[in-house]
Design a protein. Sequence first.
Length: 200
Amino acid sequence: MSVVAVPASVVCRRALGWCRSGLLALLVSWPFALAEAGTVRVSVEREVQTLQVNATLSALAPLDQCYAVLTDFDHLADFIPGMRSSAVVSEPGESLRVRQLSRAGFGLLGVTVDTTLGLTLSPPQGGSSARIDFGQFGGNLRRMQGHWLLTETGEGCRIDYQAEIEPEFVVPVFGGFLARRQIEGQLRAVVVEIERRNAR
């Protein structure tokens, strides 16, 4: 699921909406209990106008199941809060591209994020790890790039997420906190969906 959509011209007072940029994209530095057994740790750091996002998730499901949920691009909007649509837009034989439309921010401060991501997939293929790299191919963020790293553990799957996001609008001083809250909720939803599918 790194997994989104972004605005072009946004006034400063609406800038809080940056938080909802896709792949799933993602945060604070302590663990949170999920609706099920997995955990999420998230942090967001601001460097001038660039947001550095780091997150670690754990899910009680095998590596293949975790990878399958994160790469179910056409159905991410079914379970990720704030994501309005997600669809593969590349043709067969072309490099993989996914367009995502999301609602970022809270209430009247929200904006629509429209982003097309180019993705490189490294599936498990019988190994103990997998990786999903993504970078902005089009949309209304200045820059968004990062990766998901999935590792098999004794109890299930660990997922590490890293992203660099540079909005086209000014990020307020408290923008990192609001971003962390929203990304945290999205990542919790990913873990819940992984474990829900694994329990079927």
